[in-house]
Ligand binder design. Structure first.
Ligand SMILES: [Zn+2]
Length: 159
């Protein structure tokens, strides 16, 4: 897990090999009506056989999934596809649409504790809209990290 979100790690979440394969088939943004990520949540709309696209959401801080498709697989191929796009650093940063806000609001009282590993991955992918939530634990810094160097401390005086 130390190296963040990888394709292998996502595929290990698949409930069975068929789901893993189907998820890989959806691991391209071209298969989606819309996709986005705000740093802690992935979402996407995927056109299935019904009139309306399936609405898919993944809370990265807890590995919680929600999808409007009828599959009883958990996570379903849509959730897996979204996470695979994210693992490939192909997920565009965006602003949460209302249906994602609603889902999060319904779960907001539960603990949401993003892991330092997740945060490190997001930084590595340079998500431009990433805002570090107030409740996020500080990233683990090595003792010799530049933030602790005398040069950085002198920079603080200019703030
Ligand atoms: Zn689904």
């Amino acid at each position: 897990m130390a190296d963040g979100w990888t394709t292998d790690r996502v595929l290990q979440l698949a409930p069975d090999p068929a789901s893993a394969k189907a998820g890989q088939g959806l691991a391209t943004t071209r298969k989606w009506v819309s996709v986005g990520c705000d740093g802690l949540v992935l979402w996407g709309e995927c056109q299935g056989s019904g009139a309306n696209p399936y609405q898919v959401q993944v809370d990265l801080s807890q590995a919680a999934y929600k999808c409007s498709c009828p599959s009883r697989k958990f996570p379903c191929k849509h959730s897996l596809g979204l996470m695979l796009i994210f693992a490939a650093a192909q997920m565009p940063a965006s602003v949460k649409p209302p249906w994602v806000e609603q889902w999060l609001a319904s779960r907001a009282e539960r603990d949401r504790e993003p892991s330092p590993v997740l945060y490190a991955w997001l930084e590595k992918c340079s998500y431009p809209h990433l805002e570090r939530p107030a409740q996020l634990p500080p990233p683990m810094l090595a003792p010799d990290h530049e933030l602790l160097s005398p040069r950085s401390r002198s920079f603080d005086r200019w703030k």
